[in-house]
Design a protein. Structure first.
Length: 316
């Protein structure tokens, strides 16, 4: 076996959180007064966050109770779920956040004012929409609730990060966008960690299994090398369990059998490669398929899309 490098991660949850590296982000400093709300449309494969600096906001997701966010509170909305941010519950929606008139201060930062001049604003908050590099991140986003809410005052690292991020955005300097993106990386990771600490029983599915002393290692291995020709026996050995016991525990906690999870993880990684412009032949080879035809059949059966369609959509 290869000698482990000093930075190799042995804790499965740490490794999963380490993969939360952003490849794109857009931020908006929003100020509002009176009765006002904006809608955030559905953006697939993204995460939105909202940090209240002053006043109180209400975050509304269809089918969920309205979430009150006071100053210092941060909320994540995973999976690109459409939602609304309002000054009052049920306030009239003025339009889509990305289509309303706003002042652009850079390629990835704007100031949005709703119904009031800056000096009259009752509510001030920093909002962001981010996408990630690793397809394995979608496993984590899939098992988070529709809204993850954390009070930064209870978590010193978060309390320190919020003003740093806001300062980098409001006072742009050379390299500021890169710094802001890295700060947002850490802030999102810290929010997930804080939520897990505050709500230890709230994690379900894959995220709960990562913390399981038996399932964490094989799950992390699947995410690390989705193209590896995994077998039930090999995964069970990593868990130090019999195949039957491992399969039963994995299915009960994650919600799908181990090998079905392997296929799904493999296809998510393949989809990310296709979207980046890799050829179908290269993606097939990277994930252990002997021919493009075999890979295409498996990909279409699992995702409902053809590899060619994914590549064309990404190019467009």
């Amino acid at each position: 076996m290869a000698t482990p490098m000093p930075w190799d991660r042995e804790d499965p949850l740490t490794e999963a959180l380490y993969q939360l590296r952003m490849r794109g982000a857009f931020y908006s400093w929003t100020e509002a007064a009176g009765e006002a709300a904006v809608s955030m449309p559905e953006f697939p494969d993204t995460l939105s966050f909202h940090i209240v600096a002053r006043g109180t906001a209400f975050l509304e997701v269809d089918g969920e109770e309205s979430q009150r966010l006071d100053a210092g509170m941060l909320a994540l909305v995973p999976r690109g779920i459409g939602h609304r941010v309002a000054t009052r519950p049920g306030a009239p929606v003025l339009g889509r956040a990305d289509l309303l008139p706003q002042t652009l201060l850079g390629d990835a930062f704007s100031v949005l004012r709703l119904g009031a001049a800056e000096e009259d604003a009752e509510l001030a908050m920093l909002c962001g929409v981010v996408a990630f590099d690793s397809p394995a991140v979608n496993d984590m986003l899939a098992v988070l609730p529709a809204v993850v809410q954390v009070d930064s005052a209870r978590h010193p690292v978060m309390a320190a990060l919020v003003p740093l991020l806001a300062g980098e955005l409001r006072d742009p300097r050379p390299g500021g966008e890169a710094v802001a993106t890295r700060l947002a990386d850490v802030l999102v990771v810290e929010t997930v960690r804080a939520w897990l600490a505050d709500e230890p029983d709230a994690a379900t599915g894959w995220l709960a299994a990562l913390r399981d002393p038996l399932l964490g290692a094989p799950l992390a291995a699947i995410h690390r090398e989705p193209g590896h020709p995994w077998t039930l026996a090999e995964l069970a050995r990593r868990a130090a369990m019999s195949r039957s016991a491992f399969a039963a525990r994995f299915t009960a906690m994650v919600g799908v059998p181990p090998m079905a999870y392997v296929v799904a993880a493999r296809m998510r990684a393949a989809r990310a490669m296709l979207a980046s412009g890799e050829s179908v032949a290269a993606v097939a080879a990277a994930h252990g398929y002997g021919s493009e035809a075999a890979f295409s059949r498996a990909f279409s059966r699992t995702t409902g899309e053809t590899p060619g369609r994914v590549r064309r959509a990404a190019a467009a």
